[in-house]
Design a protein. Sequence first.
Length: 357
Amino acid sequence: MRLSEIAWESFHNLDVYAKAPYLHEHGHPFHVLIAEQFDRAQLDELSALATQIRFIAKSDDGMDFLRSLLRNKRVMLYFSQPSTRTFLSFRAACQILGMRIGDVRDSSTSSEFKGESHEDSVRTFSSYFDCIIMRTKIGGLAEKMAWVLSNSERPVPIVNAGSGSDQHPTQALLDVYTLLRSFEARGGIDGKTIVFVGDLARGRTVRSLASLLINYKDVRQCFVAPDRFQIGKDILARLNAAGVKYELLSDFKSILPEADAVYMTRVQDEWDSEKGESAKIDISRYCIGANDLKLMRPNAIIMHPLPRRKEISTDIDHDSRAMYWRQMRNGMWVRVALIAAIFEVDNKIREYHGKTY
Ligand code: CP
Protein backbone atom coordinates (compact mmCIF):
# COMPACT_ATOMS: atom_id res chain seq x y z
CA MET A 1 0.00 0.00 0.00
CA ARG A 2 1.38 3.37 -0.99
CA LEU A 3 0.32 6.92 -0.24
CA SER A 4 0.30 7.55 -3.98
CA GLU A 5 -2.53 5.00 -4.30
CA ILE A 6 -5.04 6.71 -2.03
CA ALA A 7 -6.82 10.08 -2.21
CA TRP A 8 -5.90 12.56 0.53
CA GLU A 9 -9.40 12.68 2.02
CA SER A 10 -9.59 8.88 2.18
CA PHE A 11 -6.18 8.62 3.85
CA HIS A 12 -6.88 11.49 6.24
CA ASN A 13 -10.13 9.87 7.40
CA LEU A 14 -8.60 6.44 8.07
CA ASP A 15 -8.25 5.19 11.64
CA VAL A 16 -4.64 5.76 12.87
CA TYR A 17 -3.85 2.04 12.77
CA ALA A 18 -5.19 1.72 9.23
CA LYS A 19 -2.72 4.42 8.15
CA ALA A 20 0.31 2.35 9.19
CA PRO A 21 0.66 0.19 6.02
CA TYR A 22 0.88 3.36 3.89
CA LEU A 23 3.87 4.62 5.85
CA HIS A 24 6.23 1.65 5.47
CA GLU A 25 8.03 0.35 2.38
CA HIS A 26 10.03 -2.88 1.97
CA GLY A 27 9.47 -3.63 5.67
CA HIS A 28 11.08 -0.30 6.67
CA PRO A 29 9.53 2.95 7.87
CA PHE A 30 9.38 5.49 5.02
CA HIS A 31 7.31 8.41 6.28
CA VAL A 32 7.33 8.64 10.10
CA LEU A 33 4.15 10.47 11.04
CA ILE A 34 2.30 8.83 13.93
CA ALA A 35 3.26 6.68 16.91
CA GLU A 36 0.57 4.16 15.99
CA GLN A 37 2.46 3.13 12.83
CA PHE A 38 4.94 1.14 14.95
CA ASP A 39 4.21 -2.31 16.35
CA ARG A 40 6.11 -4.11 19.07
CA ALA A 41 8.45 -5.98 16.72
CA GLN A 42 9.43 -2.72 15.03
CA LEU A 43 9.98 -1.01 18.40
CA ASP A 44 12.18 -3.87 19.60
CA GLU A 45 14.11 -3.84 16.33
CA LEU A 46 14.74 -0.06 16.39
CA SER A 47 15.75 -0.18 20.04
CA ALA A 48 18.19 -3.04 19.46
CA LEU A 49 19.62 -1.16 16.48
CA ALA A 50 20.06 2.01 18.59
CA THR A 51 22.03 -0.02 21.15
CA GLN A 52 24.25 -1.50 18.42
CA ILE A 53 24.89 1.99 17.03
CA ARG A 54 25.88 3.22 20.52
CA PHE A 55 28.47 0.47 20.73
CA ILE A 56 29.78 1.03 17.22
CA ALA A 57 30.11 4.78 17.84
CA LYS A 58 32.52 4.18 20.73
CA SER A 59 35.48 3.59 18.37
CA ASP A 60 37.00 5.80 15.66
CA ASP A 61 36.65 2.97 13.13
CA GLY A 62 33.02 2.58 14.11
CA MET A 63 32.35 6.29 13.69
CA ASP A 64 34.05 6.21 10.27
CA PHE A 65 31.82 3.28 9.30
CA LEU A 66 28.64 5.06 10.46
CA ARG A 67 29.66 8.28 8.67
CA SER A 68 30.13 6.33 5.43
CA LEU A 69 26.56 5.03 5.38
CA LEU A 70 24.61 8.07 4.15
CA ARG A 71 27.36 10.43 3.01
CA ASN A 72 25.59 10.90 -0.32
CA LYS A 73 22.30 11.95 1.27
CA ARG A 74 21.08 15.39 2.25
CA VAL A 75 18.49 16.12 4.92
CA MET A 76 16.34 19.19 5.51
CA LEU A 77 15.47 20.19 9.08
CA TYR A 78 12.33 22.30 8.69
CA PHE A 79 11.45 23.50 12.18
CA SER A 80 8.89 26.30 12.19
CA GLN A 81 8.26 25.80 15.92
CA PRO A 82 10.91 26.19 18.67
CA SER A 83 13.01 23.17 19.60
CA THR A 84 16.33 22.45 21.28
CA ARG A 85 16.53 18.68 21.82
CA THR A 86 14.65 17.37 18.81
CA PHE A 87 16.40 19.71 16.40
CA LEU A 88 19.90 19.14 17.80
CA SER A 89 19.53 15.39 18.29
CA PHE A 90 18.26 14.95 14.73
CA ARG A 91 21.11 17.12 13.48
CA ALA A 92 23.64 15.10 15.48
CA ALA A 93 22.03 11.83 14.30
CA CYS A 94 22.29 12.91 10.65
CA GLN A 95 25.91 13.97 11.17
CA ILE A 96 26.72 10.58 12.70
CA LEU A 97 25.46 8.98 9.47
CA GLY A 98 27.48 11.39 7.32
CA MET A 99 24.50 13.28 5.89
CA ARG A 100 24.69 16.88 4.78
CA ILE A 101 22.20 19.13 6.49
CA GLY A 102 20.14 22.17 5.57
CA ASP A 103 17.67 23.93 7.82
CA VAL A 104 14.87 26.45 8.04
CA ARG A 105 14.12 27.30 11.67
CA ASP A 106 11.91 30.30 11.18
CA SER A 107 9.29 30.71 8.47
CA SER A 108 9.96 34.45 8.41
CA THR A 109 13.32 33.68 6.76
CA SER A 110 11.81 31.49 4.03
CA SER A 111 9.47 32.34 1.17
CA GLU A 112 6.52 31.27 3.33
CA PHE A 113 6.84 34.85 4.62
CA LYS A 114 5.97 35.96 1.06
CA GLY A 115 2.87 33.79 1.08
CA GLU A 116 4.25 30.53 -0.33
CA SER A 117 2.08 27.58 0.67
CA HIS A 118 3.36 24.73 2.85
CA GLU A 119 2.85 22.41 -0.12
CA ASP A 120 5.08 24.52 -2.38
CA SER A 121 7.67 25.00 0.36
CA VAL A 122 7.95 21.28 1.03
CA ARG A 123 8.05 20.42 -2.68
CA THR A 124 10.87 22.95 -3.00
CA PHE A 125 12.79 21.30 -0.13
CA SER A 126 12.30 17.91 -1.78
CA SER A 127 14.03 19.24 -4.91
CA TYR A 128 17.25 19.71 -2.95
CA PHE A 129 17.08 17.16 -0.13
CA ASP A 130 16.52 13.41 0.30
CA CYS A 131 14.52 13.59 3.54
CA ILE A 132 12.55 16.30 5.35
CA ILE A 133 12.35 16.32 9.14
CA MET A 134 9.68 18.80 10.16
CA ARG A 135 8.23 20.35 13.30
CA THR A 136 5.13 22.47 13.04
CA LYS A 137 2.43 23.89 15.27
CA ILE A 138 -0.17 22.75 12.72
CA GLY A 139 -1.64 19.38 13.70
CA GLY A 140 -1.79 16.95 10.76
CA LEU A 141 0.47 19.08 8.52
CA ALA A 142 3.27 16.49 8.41
CA GLU A 143 0.72 13.89 7.23
CA LYS A 144 -0.56 16.16 4.50
CA MET A 145 2.98 16.99 3.35
CA ALA A 146 3.88 13.29 3.25
CA TRP A 147 0.87 12.67 1.02
CA VAL A 148 1.80 15.64 -1.21
CA LEU A 149 5.36 14.38 -1.67
CA SER A 150 4.29 10.79 -2.22
CA ASN A 151 2.18 12.10 -5.09
CA SER A 152 5.01 14.18 -6.57
CA GLU A 153 7.96 13.28 -8.79
CA ARG A 154 10.30 13.46 -5.73
CA PRO A 155 8.64 11.26 -3.07
CA VAL A 156 11.16 11.79 -0.28
CA PRO A 157 10.38 10.71 3.30
CA ILE A 158 8.86 13.08 5.85
CA VAL A 159 9.67 12.63 9.52
CA ASN A 160 7.29 14.27 11.98
CA ALA A 161 9.41 15.93 14.69
CA GLY A 162 6.30 17.22 16.51
CA SER A 163 3.03 18.40 14.97
CA GLY A 164 0.43 20.46 16.77
CA SER A 165 -0.46 19.27 20.26
CA ASP A 166 -1.25 15.87 18.78
CA GLN A 167 1.78 13.77 17.83
CA HIS A 168 5.50 13.53 18.61
CA PRO A 169 6.27 10.01 17.37
CA THR A 170 10.07 10.14 17.54
CA GLN A 171 9.94 11.35 21.16
CA ALA A 172 7.76 8.32 21.90
CA LEU A 173 10.35 6.07 20.24
CA LEU A 174 13.10 7.43 22.47
CA ASP A 175 10.84 7.15 25.52
CA VAL A 176 10.18 3.48 24.78
CA TYR A 177 13.92 2.95 24.28
CA THR A 178 14.59 4.60 27.66
CA LEU A 179 11.96 2.40 29.36
CA LEU A 180 13.36 -0.74 27.70
CA ARG A 181 16.91 0.08 28.83
CA SER A 182 15.79 1.00 32.34
CA PHE A 183 13.76 -2.20 32.79
CA GLU A 184 16.19 -4.49 30.96
CA ALA A 185 16.91 -6.51 34.09
CA ARG A 186 13.29 -6.36 35.27
CA GLY A 187 11.46 -8.13 32.46
CA GLY A 188 11.10 -5.14 30.14
CA ILE A 189 8.07 -2.87 29.89
CA ASP A 190 5.42 -5.61 30.28
CA GLY A 191 3.50 -5.40 33.54
CA LYS A 192 4.86 -2.00 34.58
CA THR A 193 2.95 0.96 35.99
CA ILE A 194 3.63 4.18 34.09
CA VAL A 195 2.39 7.39 35.74
CA PHE A 196 1.95 10.44 33.50
CA VAL A 197 1.80 13.78 35.31
CA GLY A 198 1.00 17.36 34.32
CA ASP A 199 -0.53 18.82 31.17
CA LEU A 200 -1.63 15.62 29.49
CA ALA A 201 -4.36 17.22 27.38
CA ARG A 202 -1.92 19.18 25.25
CA GLY A 203 1.25 17.12 25.77
CA ARG A 204 1.96 15.49 22.41
CA THR A 205 4.78 13.41 23.92
CA VAL A 206 2.37 11.80 26.40
CA ARG A 207 -0.25 11.20 23.74
CA SER A 208 2.26 9.44 21.45
CA LEU A 209 3.84 7.41 24.27
CA ALA A 210 0.47 6.30 25.69
CA SER A 211 -0.31 4.90 22.24
CA LEU A 212 3.03 3.10 21.89
CA LEU A 213 2.67 1.49 25.33
CA ILE A 214 -0.41 -0.33 24.03
CA ASN A 215 2.10 -2.65 22.34
CA TYR A 216 3.24 -4.01 25.72
CA LYS A 217 1.40 -6.55 27.89
CA ASP A 218 -0.37 -5.60 31.12
CA VAL A 219 0.99 -2.07 31.30
CA ARG A 220 -1.06 0.04 33.69
CA GLN A 221 -1.24 3.68 32.58
CA CYS A 222 -2.09 6.29 35.24
CA PHE A 223 -2.90 9.85 34.15
CA VAL A 224 -2.50 12.38 36.96
CA ALA A 225 -3.63 15.91 36.17
CA PRO A 226 -6.02 18.67 37.11
CA ASP A 227 -9.33 18.23 35.24
CA ARG A 228 -8.52 20.86 32.62
CA PHE A 229 -5.24 19.10 31.71
CA GLN A 230 -6.49 15.50 31.78
CA ILE A 231 -5.64 13.17 28.87
CA GLY A 232 -7.82 13.38 25.75
CA LYS A 233 -10.84 11.16 25.16
CA ASP A 234 -9.40 10.01 21.83
CA ILE A 235 -6.42 8.43 23.63
CA LEU A 236 -8.74 6.83 26.20
CA ALA A 237 -10.83 5.39 23.38
CA ARG A 238 -7.67 3.81 21.95
CA LEU A 239 -6.77 2.34 25.36
CA ASN A 240 -10.34 1.04 25.82
CA ALA A 241 -10.32 -0.58 22.39
CA ALA A 242 -7.04 -2.32 23.23
CA GLY A 243 -8.23 -3.42 26.70
CA VAL A 244 -5.48 -1.43 28.45
CA LYS A 245 -5.78 -0.81 32.21
CA TYR A 246 -5.75 2.90 32.99
CA GLU A 247 -6.71 5.30 35.76
CA LEU A 248 -7.52 9.01 35.74
CA LEU A 249 -6.26 10.56 38.98
CA SER A 250 -5.78 13.94 40.58
CA ASP A 251 -3.71 12.87 43.63
CA PHE A 252 -0.09 12.43 42.58
CA LYS A 253 1.40 11.44 45.95
CA SER A 254 -0.93 8.49 46.48
CA ILE A 255 0.11 6.77 43.21
CA LEU A 256 3.84 7.59 43.49
CA PRO A 257 4.72 4.45 45.58
CA GLU A 258 3.21 2.21 42.86
CA ALA A 259 5.03 3.77 39.89
CA ASP A 260 7.74 2.03 37.89
CA ALA A 261 8.14 5.17 35.80
CA VAL A 262 6.91 8.70 36.49
CA TYR A 263 6.64 10.77 33.31
CA MET A 264 6.53 14.47 34.25
CA THR A 265 5.46 17.20 31.83
CA ARG A 266 5.32 20.99 31.85
CA VAL A 267 2.25 23.13 31.26
CA GLN A 268 1.97 23.59 27.48
CA ASP A 269 0.74 27.16 27.67
CA GLU A 270 1.79 27.89 24.09
CA TRP A 271 -1.59 26.29 23.23
CA ASP A 272 -3.67 28.59 25.49
CA SER A 273 -6.65 30.02 23.65
CA GLU A 274 -6.40 33.20 25.70
CA LYS A 275 -3.36 34.73 27.38
CA GLY A 276 -2.89 33.64 31.01
CA GLU A 277 -5.46 30.79 30.73
CA SER A 278 -3.08 28.12 32.10
CA ALA A 279 -1.76 30.36 34.87
CA LYS A 280 -5.19 30.20 36.52
CA ILE A 281 -4.77 26.45 37.13
CA ASP A 282 -2.97 25.35 40.29
CA ILE A 283 -0.29 22.82 39.31
CA SER A 284 1.65 22.90 42.58
CA ARG A 285 0.43 19.35 43.38
CA TYR A 286 1.87 18.03 40.10
CA CYS A 287 5.55 18.65 40.85
CA ILE A 288 8.28 16.33 42.16
CA GLY A 289 11.05 17.14 44.63
CA ALA A 290 13.42 15.54 47.16
CA ASN A 291 10.69 14.67 49.68
CA ASP A 292 8.70 12.81 47.03
CA LEU A 293 11.66 10.53 46.26
CA LYS A 294 11.13 8.94 49.68
CA LEU A 295 7.75 7.70 48.48
CA MET A 296 9.15 6.13 45.30
CA ARG A 297 10.44 2.62 44.72
CA PRO A 298 14.25 2.47 44.73
CA ASN A 299 14.28 1.16 41.14
CA ALA A 300 11.60 3.44 39.71
CA ILE A 301 12.61 6.09 37.17
CA ILE A 302 11.65 9.72 36.58
CA MET A 303 11.32 10.82 32.97
CA HIS A 304 10.54 14.16 31.31
CA PRO A 305 10.61 15.03 27.61
CA LEU A 306 12.07 18.44 28.59
CA PRO A 307 12.18 21.40 28.60
CA ARG A 308 11.09 21.59 32.23
CA ARG A 309 9.98 24.49 34.31
CA LYS A 310 9.42 23.87 38.02
CA GLU A 311 7.69 20.48 37.87
CA ILE A 312 11.00 18.71 38.61
CA SER A 313 13.13 20.28 41.30
CA THR A 314 16.78 20.56 40.21
CA ASP A 315 17.87 19.15 43.57
CA ILE A 316 16.83 15.65 42.45
CA ASP A 317 18.89 15.77 39.25
CA HIS A 318 21.66 13.66 40.79
CA ASP A 319 19.39 10.92 42.12
CA SER A 320 19.96 7.63 40.26
CA ARG A 321 16.23 7.54 39.41
CA ALA A 322 16.40 10.83 37.49
CA MET A 323 16.44 9.49 33.94
CA TYR A 324 15.70 12.64 31.93
CA TRP A 325 19.27 13.47 30.91
CA ARG A 326 19.93 9.92 29.75
CA GLN A 327 16.50 9.94 28.07
CA MET A 328 17.56 13.00 26.07
CA ARG A 329 20.80 11.35 24.91
CA ASN A 330 18.89 8.17 24.04
CA GLY A 331 16.97 10.36 21.62
CA MET A 332 20.05 10.84 19.47
CA TRP A 333 20.76 7.09 19.21
CA VAL A 334 17.15 6.21 18.42
CA ARG A 335 17.06 8.91 15.75
CA VAL A 336 20.25 7.51 14.17
CA ALA A 337 18.56 4.09 14.14
CA LEU A 338 15.37 5.51 12.65
CA ILE A 339 17.14 7.38 9.83
CA ALA A 340 19.27 4.31 9.09
CA ALA A 341 16.05 2.26 8.86
CA ILE A 342 14.34 4.82 6.60
CA PHE A 343 17.29 4.68 4.18
CA GLU A 344 17.51 0.89 4.54
CA VAL A 345 21.12 0.79 5.77
CA ASP A 346 20.10 -0.82 9.07
CA ASN A 347 21.21 -4.29 7.89
CA LYS A 348 24.71 -2.95 7.18
CA ILE A 349 24.85 -1.75 10.80
CA ARG A 350 23.71 -5.14 12.13
CA GLU A 351 26.29 -6.88 9.94
CA TYR A 352 29.11 -4.56 11.10
CA HIS A 353 28.07 -5.03 14.72
CA GLY A 354 27.93 -8.82 14.29
CA LYS A 355 31.44 -8.93 12.78
CA THR A 356 33.04 -6.52 15.28
CA TYR A 357 31.48 -7.40 18.66
N1 CP B 1 11.34 16.94 23.93
C1 CP B 1 11.32 17.90 22.98
O1 CP B 1 10.58 17.81 21.97
O2 CP B 1 12.17 18.94 23.22
P1 CP B 1 12.40 20.19 22.27
O3 CP B 1 11.10 20.94 22.21
O4 CP B 1 13.52 20.97 22.91
O5 CP B 1 12.77 19.66 20.92
